[in-house]
Design a binder for this molecule. Structure first.
Ligand code: ISE
Length: 336
């Protein structure tokens, strides 16, 4: 395709708007041609602010709106419906994580994609595009430090909305680690369990916060992830890989040291939009490029499905207190 990719955005909350901005001002080869949002009044207001047409649903945006491709940034429970609209129209779609809040929703997507006979779906696991995680991946693949044995990780948010549940800590927040750690070590999971310590006073009753997710790979690599989404400090993402002969840590974003009031202060990010800005730019640029070439790359619908099967197992482990086996179906040749 020599012309620009005409992109439609389904869901124009916080992240959908950052994608309009990055496509319009930071990236090449695409332009946004319209938006849709299940919250119609909100969607119309955002469309007007960007001088873009508003469509009632993704099907309209792809048909009458002439979009060549769709970014799904709607709320998690609408992801599957919006991705299916793109598959139905035969157009590439980048869906923010999770592909669906549960594995059943993902299953419908991979069945529809296979029926259509063409890979169209990419899942927005943007950490795979972060320069720091890419360094960790090189350390694993380079083999210089031996095999990875353990990974110690943290996923800390300053705060989350009052409506955020324990279920969401897993399928909306920890889903990032579930995907990126599987990608880092290049192995599927065998077992999961969840530890629930004392909760912070800052968490609403529907949320146990913090919690710790333990993941065990097929070959026995052990990974723990602290998820603390009301820490009242800032956005802090950590990952340390303990190899046989070396420890490799995810770097933090570099920020200045500020000397003020008899103290040395090093600011950290407030949220994901600052911490992963570069990862999002690389991810969406690569998606634009591959979509213009008529192919897909990056995390597939299968990766989205595997992440949600693991997340469902983690939910069971959280509710039962037991260790749960992650049973994956055979990978269809379509996704190999
Ligand atoms: C949010 O949806 C994200 O994707 C952020 O990256 C994550 O840190 C946050 O916990 C999620 O709620």
């Amino acid at each position: 395709m020599n012309t620009e990719l005409r992109v439609g955005i389904a869901g124009v909350g916080a992240i959908g708007r950052t994608h309009i901005d990055r496509i319009t001002h930071a990236l090449q080869g695409a332009r946004v041609v319209g938006v849709t949002d299940v919250a119609k009044e909100h969607g119309k207001a955002v469309a007007a602010a960007y001088n873009l047409p508003f469509y009632e649903h993704p099907g309209g945006l792809l048909a009458e709106g002439g979009a060549d491709a769709l970014i799904v940034a709607s709320s998690d429970q609408h992801h599957a419906e919006h991705v299916l609209a793109a598959i139905e129209a035969g157009k590439p779609v980048l869906c923010e994580k999770p592909l669906s809040p549960d594995a059943a929703g993902c299953r419908g997507i991979i069945e529809a994609e296979m029926r259509g006979g063409r890979k169209l779906v990419q899942v927005g696991f943007m950490r795979r595009y972060d320069p720091g995680y890419r360094e960790l991946k090189k350390a694993v693949e380079g083999g210089k430090y031996g095999a990875p044995l353990m990974l110690h990780c943290a996923h800390r948010n300053y705060s989350v909305p009052e409506t955020f549940t324990s279920h969401m800590s897993i399928c909306n927040s920890l889903i990032h680690e579930i995907d990126v750690l599987r990608w880092l070590i290049g192995e599927d999971y065998e077992w999961v369990d969840v530890v629930i310590p004392k909760s912070t006073k800052n968490a609403p009753p529907i949320l146990r916060d913090p919690m710790v997710l333990n993941l065990y790979s097929k070959s026995g690599v052990y990974m723990n992830v602290e998820c603390f989404v009301n820490n009242r400090v800032g956005y802090d993402i950590q990952c340390e890989i303990c190899f046989e002969e070396g420890f490799v840590r995810l770097p933090d974003l570099s920020t200045p040291h500020i000397l003020v009031d008899a103290a040395r202060v090093t600011p950290i990010c407030r949220d994901w939009s600052e911490r992963f800005v570069e990862a999002y730019n690389v991810e969406i640029q690569e998606w634009i490029n591959t979509s213009r070439e008529g192919r897909t790359a990056g995390p597939s619908a299968w990766d989205g499905y595997v992440a949600c099967i693991t997340s469902d197992c983690a939910q069971q482990a959280r509710e039962s207190g037991a260790r749960v086996k992650v049973a994956l179906p055979d990978k269809p040749t379509f996704y190999i």
